[in-house]
Write a protein that binds this ligand. Structure first.
Ligand code: NAD
Length: 489
């Protein structure tokens, strides 16, 4: 693949910690990153040692004063410049992300542009962080100052490395907080590149640091006494550990966790639209999306018709090397491939009805060694089946047949997760009733996952705590200070 015209030739450079505005050689063990489409090695990245995690937190603490005291308009200019640099380098960053994550190139490019959008959006907020005055009578004046919370940790997953990084880091920097980011051990490359771009944009040294590594480095960061807030995006099981670790320094947490998002389709829905959206909602990024619509709950009268349309949609999705921009790339790692295949194999062994996919499809060399898994659909899945309940995090859809809207709502809510949900119905009153009844942080009516990044996002139940995106994402990183002046007489 190295002779591919889009292969990022500088890939081997991105191999170290970024602390205090410079790359530092890692002092922990070395990891080899693999191209998920071929299993060829693409880069070597060292883990941070414990001492380097502390150095990164200290660098961020030292930068706090310098960054927070900058005029709001200056902070805005830096973040706007960073947005511009991300856009300028979009092709290159997209190639890195595609190769590292296994994400089709055009999807990776969109993620880079989304990252730029976050920085531009929050740049606009820097000089609009107003406090309030609170009436206490003629002898006192009370006001609040939205101060930056301090040093913030950002622990990230592998499925949307750059855009998930930006959605937390941009509001943190906008309010004057500083950052230590830990990308997934599988996908650190674009995070390290962004560190250089942030410096080029004028961010002071130490305001944005990166430590690389896995669970051990993440745990050290989450429980570090110098951290004031941890923003974690990842699985529910790890999120629970992060919350416990953050209890020691009494740090705040934002947890963006897993999901098992239901999409309800009633018999009066536009089935063409629903089928297109549902196929995209579960097969996009090979199903490795926290919000993926992995449970289709369809009214009996349209269930079979919808499945036929979904099969047609899914069969049109070609697989290939991410740099060739196919509809579907490989899963991120062999472990993820085995996890998805395990869920499917167990479902088939249990006698569930597989109407599409269900086993890896052979691809020509060198892709024959890749982690490719085809779109897979199980129909009429029992509500208690493993694939009905667990987050598979792959291109696997489970469908359910219900008699009416109330049964659909009850089934949709019968899950410990509550991230995102969808409703398709031509009747606005029914759709609104369902949207209000669904236990989820975000509900889409007649357009699954069609929203910009300016709308608050986050889960209820075991899908998380706190909100990111939009203006809601800013409050996380401020600690309002109340000042009360007494002036009797
Ligand atoms: P993961 O929980 O395995 O890892 C996430 C991050 O946590 C990684 O950087 C990892 O190194 C780190 N980590 C692991 N153990 C840790 C520990 N004990 N302490 C601190 N950090 C630790 O998740 P993943 O496999 O990278 O990502 C997939 C999961 O992320 C899925 O469950 C998906 O739903 C979820 N996700 C959620 C959102 C959202 O916005 N809600 C977005 C993307 C992914």
């Amino acid at each position: 693949m190295q002779d591919h015209p889009r292969y990022p030739t500088d890939i081997a450079q991105a191999t170290a910690q970024w602390i205090g505005g410079a790359f530092r050689p890692g002092e922990g063990s070395m990891r080899v990153l693999l191209d998920p489409a071929t299993q060829n090695g693409i880069a070597r990245v060292p883990d941070a040692a414990a001492v380097q995690v502390t150095q990164a937190v200290e660098a961020a603490a030292q930068a706090l004063g310098r960054w927070a005291r900058r005029l709001p308009a200056d902070r805005a200019r830096v973040l706007t410049r960073l947005a511009g640099l991300l856009e300028e380098k979009a092709d290159h960053l997209a190639a890195l992300e595609a190769l590292n994550v296994g994400k089709p190139l055009s999807q990776a490019r969109r993620d880079v542009l989304r990252a730029a959008d976050y920085f531009r959006f929050y740049a606009g907020a820097c000089d609009k962080l107003n406090g309030e005055t609170i009436p206490l009578g003629p002898d006192q004046t009370a006001l609040t100052l939205p101060e930056p919370v301090g040093v913030t940790a950002h622990i990230l997953p592998w499925n949307y490395p750059l855009s998930t990084l930006a959605r937390g880091v941009a509001p943190a920097l906008a309010v004057g907080a500083t950052v230590v980011a830990k990308p997934s051990e599988l996908t650190p490359l674009t995070t390290l590149r962004m560190a250089e771009l942030a410096q080029a944009a004028g961010l002071p040294d130490g305001a944005f640091n990166v430590v690389t590594g896995g669970a051990e480095v993440g745990a050290m960061l989450a429980g570090h006494p110098g951290i004031a807030h941890v923003t974690f995006t990842g699985s529910t099981a790890t999120g629970q550990k992060v919350m416990q670790a953050a209890a020691a320094p009494v740090a705040g947490v934002t947890l963006e966790l897993g999901g098992k998002s239901p999409v309800i389709v009633l018999e009066d829905a536009d089935l063409d639209l629903a089928a297109r959206d549902i196929a995209r909602g579960i097969f996009f990024n090979a199903g490795q999306v926290c919000a993926a619509g992995s449970r289709l709950i369809a009214q009996d009268s349209v269930h079979d018709d919808l499945i036929a349309r979904l099969v047609t949609e899914a069969k049109a999705l070609g697989m290939g090397h991410p740099l060739d921009d196919p509809a579907l790339g490989p899963l991120v790692s062999r472990a993820q491939f085995k996890r998805v295949a395990g869920y499917v194999d167990r479902a088939r062994a249990a006698g569930l009805t597989c109407v599409l996919g269900g086993e890896p499809a052979p691809l020509p060399a060198p892709l024959d060694k890749g982690n490719f898994y085809p779109p897979t659909i199980f129909a009429d899945v029992p509500a208690e089946a493993e694939i009905a309940c667990d987050e598979v995090f792959g291109p696997v859809l489970a469908t359910f047949r219900v008699p009416d809207a109330d049964a659909a709502l009850a089934l949709a809510n019968a899950s410990p997760f509550g991230l995102v949900a969808g409703v398709y119905s031509a009747d606005a009153t029914t759709a609104l009733r369902l949207a209000r009844g669904l236990e989820a942080g975000q509900v889409f009516v007649n357009g699954f996952l069609k929203a910009g990044d300016t709308v608050p996002f986050g889960g209820v139940k075991t899908s998380g705590i706190g909100r990111e995106k939009g203006l809601a994402g800013l409050a996380t990183y401020t600690a309002p200070k109340s000042i009360i002046l007494n002036h009797p007489g």
